[in-house]
Design a protein around this ligand. Structure first.
Ligand code: URP
Ligand code: ZN
Ligand code: ZN
Ligand code: ZN
Length: 465
């Protein structure tokens, strides 16, 4: 199969230009003005933007809370209609098993033959026995060169103490593994949560009170010092508080290789959403918690100025009716509400409508944050760029489309959307995954199992410094 995309405005992380793209098989073969090529399909992209398919490096398809699991890879077509063609999923190490083994098994049962876009994995070390620490470099050989540790969630099996993080940093560095942290001080949260509950403050809104910015800032700073001690790079996931951002900026300024991301919901939602009447606020319980407007403004500035390097979804498909309601009623509190919100489909819509259209970021910044940098950080060397030799993962974006974001036209398989009613400008009209058309006219037309595992390469972007 060959495809010729004509007359579109190509946007890269550096610039914009009008040119044709010739795709042969699964990759981009030529880019140029007025390409004279025979092709099986010719797509006229005049008046449209042509972007690289997005890389969402923070999704949860296996996250489980009190035995209840989120929606999985069978809903990954939601990413496709949102212009995302590669997902990176966090896989917990199963107790008693190895890191690589845990991902290999999950991959066979829950991703291969199911995923509708390409996928890769991060390891979550949950059982840091000495033999597991020794195993860390093997992740790189297996194509899983990134690992995450949860500083939050005291008492949960996946919570990591400082010794585990420090060992991961030392050992990971030997093989070019990028260590990522969920930075929140678990002890602070635990004390505040107990105090709030004892005072009868149990509504969803108190989730934010139980984990204020200082909780995130302290853990971010601590992780930075651990990384300094190990002389290893560090990547901080879902930065939400300006104080945490400040820690990252300062470390970077000292010459440390510290990078971070934020997520789409922190850019447009806030604590008012958590304070919605009744139990509605539960829809907005995620960690770190939603913040106030001043944090939102700081995050937009940070993504514009490259103080943060990627925007992920942190998609977590727990439904409202059953799963979020674990925190409802007699004897329950905000602490029983599963953390996370569904957001797989709307990352590009949010960045375009509230970033580009409102003048907060340029189109090239969007491309960098949405696709190019997440690919580089995770060692996906054929993803995230419109360039010769790269995978033909391409979004033809119609800037003239207008609509409203709603769970009603969402493929995430969840009964609510945290961005319900938000205006949407533009949309991914056509999406190619390795040269195959998977979205046409905004509708998913691909097939279950069409996505393929992409091995990450070690020494990702964070090692460049
Ligand atoms: O609240 C969130 N983000 N839930 C998903 C798990 C995590 O902490 O990333
Ligand atoms: Zn601990
Ligand atoms: Zn997290
Ligand atoms: Zn997450």
């Amino acid at each position: 199969m060959s495809v010729l995309i004509k007359n579109g405005t190509i946007v890269t992380a550096e610039n914009e230009f009008t040119a044709d793209i010739y795709i042969q098989g699964e990759s981009i073969h030529a880019i140029g003005e007025n390409l004279e090529k025979e092709a099986d399909e010719i797509v006229d992209a005049k008046g449209k933007y042509v972007l690289p398919g997005g890389v969402d490096q923070h999704v949860h398809f296996s996250f489980t809370y009190k035995g209840s699991k989120v929606r999985g890879f069978e809903t990954s077509n939601a990413a496709a209609v949102g212009g995302t063609t590669t997902l990176i999923e966090f896989v917990n190490q199963v107790q008693g098993k190895g890191l690589v083994e845990s991902i290999d098994e999950y991959r066979k049962t829950d991703a291969d033959g199911i995923a509708m876009v390409d996928y890769s994995f991060h390891s979550v070390m949950t059982d840091p026995r000495p033999e597991v620490i020794e195993e860390i470099p093997k992740l790189a050989e297996a194509g899983y060169p990134t690992m995450k540790l949860f500083m939050a969630y005291k008492g949960m099996f996946f919570h990591a103490d400082d010794d585990a993080i420090l060992n991961a940093l030392f050992k990971g560095k030997e093989a070019g593994i990028t260590v990522m942290v969920h930075a929140e001080n678990a002890e602070m949260i635990d004390v505040l949560t107990k105090k709030l509950i004892s005072e009868g403050k149990t509504a969803p809104y108190y989730h934010a009170v139980s984990r204020p910015p200082v909780v995130e800032a302290e853990a971010t700073r601590r992780a930075i010092y651990l990384a300094e001690l190990a002389d290893a790079p560090l990547y901080v996931v879902h930065v939400s508080a300006k104080e945490a951002l400040e820690e990252i900026k300062q470390a970077y300024g000292r010459g440390q290789s510290v990078y971070g991301e934020t997520c789409s919901h922190y850019l447009i939602l806030d604590t008012d959403d958590l304070a919605r009447p009744g139990f509605e606020g539960a829809k907005y319980v995620c960690s770190p918690a939603l913040r106030t407007e001043e944090h939102r403004d700081a995050l937009w500035e940070a993504v514009d100025k490259k103080w943060l390097n990627a925007i992920s979804s942190d998609h977590c498909g727990f439904d409202y009716e059953h799963q979020k309601h674990m925190g409802f009623g007699e004897g329950n509190s905000f602490a029983d509400i599963p953390n996370g919100a569904p957001s797989l489909q709307n990352r590009l819509n949010i960045l375009w409508t509230y970033g580009v259209c409102e003048g907060k970021i340029t189109k090239s910044r969007l491309v960098d944050l949405f696709a190019t940098m997440p690919a580089k950080i995770n060692g996906l060397s054929k993803k995230g760029q419109i360039a010769i030799g790269f995978d033909a993962d391409i979004v033809i974006f119609d800037p003239d489309y207008t609509g409203t974001i709603s769970a009603a036209n969402n493929l995430e398989g969840v009964d609510y959307c945290p961005f319900e009613g938000f205006e949407q400008k533009g949309r991914a009209e056509t999406v190619f995954l390795r040269g195959g058309k998977i979205v046409d006219g905004g509708k998913y037309i691909g097939q279950k199992g069409q996505g393929k595992f992409i091995a990450g390469e070690p020494y990702g972007y964070v090692y460049n410094k």
